[in-house]
Design a protein around this ligand. Structure first.
Ligand code: 2AM
Ligand code: CA
Ligand code: CA
Ligand code: CA
Length: 265
């Protein structure tokens, strides 16, 4: 990708500015709506923040495409060229209820290849970045490769409790067995932060049955740079244009999780 360093610096600058915008707006009254159901929240701050990115990017890079959760970008049907995949607030439920534990997630893809992944924990002022072939960083400090020897029974696993109740995407008994087998589970409520925590080595795996491109675009690039693997639960590659199931971890745990999920009941 041409100008990758410039694009990286601008993206980081815009993310910091977007974080300031969120911190200012969250102290004033704001409108909260629901989307699909009462648990699926969106605020006008999600929309304003995404619009901020669209304005900056389309002004500076009119030929780049923007795929954002709140639909302020255009309809993106292919990954040709440079595509910014943006979640303005990942963890809106946390944002509304807790005023923390949410992130801005920006993945920049060029002809389908993830070049730059940025996840910004706004309230902690912590920037995670991954640059293809150049490593992953937390606040400018390079992250070590994740432990390749850790196994599933030793793993702390990011998992939303929702998948342990009967659901149409997988047999919940699998999740019950998984909870028994692993060392512990955690639910953070922000997919982007779960990827960042894997890259940092403070959790060891993340499994979920439903994520959209903006939830995973940045995280995959960051985790790739520390030797992690991210695929769908059937082992196939993620698709940055549609919904995905996701398993993310080191290679050993990834293999165990694939086998575990696919075993006949
Ligand atoms: P959001 O806050 O940007 O909507 C919560 O467990 C995580 O899953 C968050 O990263 C959240 O992103 C995401 N999420 C919430 N509802 C979702 C849905 N219906 N489909 C896909 N991802 C969802
Ligand atoms: Ca949402
Ligand atoms: Ca999200
Ligand atoms: Ca969001």
């Amino acid at each position: 990708m041409k100008n990758r360093d410039n694009i990286l610096n601008e993206a980081k600058q815009w993310i910091i500015e977007a974080g300031e915008l969120i911190k200012t707006e969250m102290n004033k009254p704001y409108k909260i709506d629901t989307k699909r159901d009462r648990k699926d929240l969106v605020t006008e701050i999600d929309q304003k923040t995404e619009q901020f990115f669209v304005d900056q990017i389309s002004d500076k890079y009119p030929d780049h495409k923007i795929l954002g959760e709140e639909g302020m970008g255009e309809e993106v049907h292919s990954l040709d060229g440079t595509v910014w995949i943006i979640d303005p607030i990942d963890g809106t439920m946390n944002f509304v209820h807790q005023q923390r534990f949410f992130a801005i997630s920006v993945g920049i893809y060029h002809n389908g290849i993830g070049e730059i992944g940025l996840i910004y924990d706004v309230m902690n002022d912590t920037m995670y970045e991954g640059i293809r072939g150049e490593g992953a960083y937390k606040n400018g400090q390079q992250l070590e490769p994740i432990d390749p020897n850790k196994t599933l029974s030793d793993a702390l696993v990011g998992l939303n409790n929702f998948w342990a109740i009967p659901n149409r995407r997988l047999n919940e008994k699998k999740i019950h067995d998984l909870v028994r087998k692993v060392k512990g589970t955690r639910s953070y409520g922000s997919a982007a932060l779960e990827f960042a925590y894997i890259a940092e080595g403070i959790i060891d795996a993340y499994i979920t049955m439903r994520l959209q491109p903006w939830d995973i675009a940045a995280g995959k690039i960051i985790v790739d740079e520390v030797g992690g693997i991210t695929t769908r639960v059937d082992g196939s590659s993620l698709d940055m244009l549609t919904g995905n199931t996701v398993i993310c971890s080191n290679k050993a745990i990834h293999e165990s999780l694939l086998t575990f999920i696919q075993e006949k009941d």
